[in-house]
Design a protein around this ligand. Structure first.
Ligand code: FES
Length: 162
């Protein structure tokens, strides 16, 4: 069954008709040509499809588009506000990617994570883990990098958190 919905992506309103089984990820990539969010696993396990829904980071491959009619979504392409977002700049300065496939999801997730930490969301790690890098590693564990670029990615994010 087809349904007409509106998705607001990076501040731009898109009206589209989708099959009720269409995910937000597929609606963006296949219907709207918005390819920043990537499809890795399509099962909520890799984080390549991460978007911000308001301030919250979400896996768009797990979201049915019809349930998000009118939703305000942000991709990595919509993070810059005239200048690069500090997370984007830190990724460049730290050379925090290899093939780059997971990078949009990593950057979006890091932006959401930095917000969570600044807003005082309880620690994700055990109380005896005092290292900020451990905290960031745990909070970013939903975003996988098959190249293993974590060695540069984690310091980039830690720099923004500080
Ligand atoms: Fe959505 Fe992997 S594609 S979590």
């Amino acid at each position: 069954m087809d349904t007409e919905i509106t998705l607001v992506v990076d501040g731009v309103e898109h009206r589209l008709t989708v099959d009720t089984r269409t995910t937000v990820l597929d609606a963006l990539r296949e219907r709207l040509g918005i390819t920043g969010p990537k499809k890795g696993c399509d099962h909520g396990q890799c984080g390549a499809c991460t978007l911000l829904l308001g301030d919250r980071r979400v896996n768009s491959c797990l979201m049915l588009a019809v349930a998000y009619d009118g939703a305000d979504l942000r991709t990595a392409d919509g993070l810059a506000d005239g200048d690069l977002h500090p997370v984007q700049r830190a990724f460049i300065e730290h050379d925090a990617f290899q093939c780059g496939y997971c990078t949009p999801g990593q950057v979006v997730s890091a932006v959401g994570m930095v917000r969570e930490m600044r807003e005082g969301e309880p620690s994700a790690v055990t109380p005896d883990a005092v290292d900020l890098a451990d905290e960031v590693r745990e909070r970013m564990s939903g975003n996988l990098c098959r190249c293993g670029a974590y060695a540069n990615m984690i310091p980039a994010i830690v720099e923004v958190v500080r």
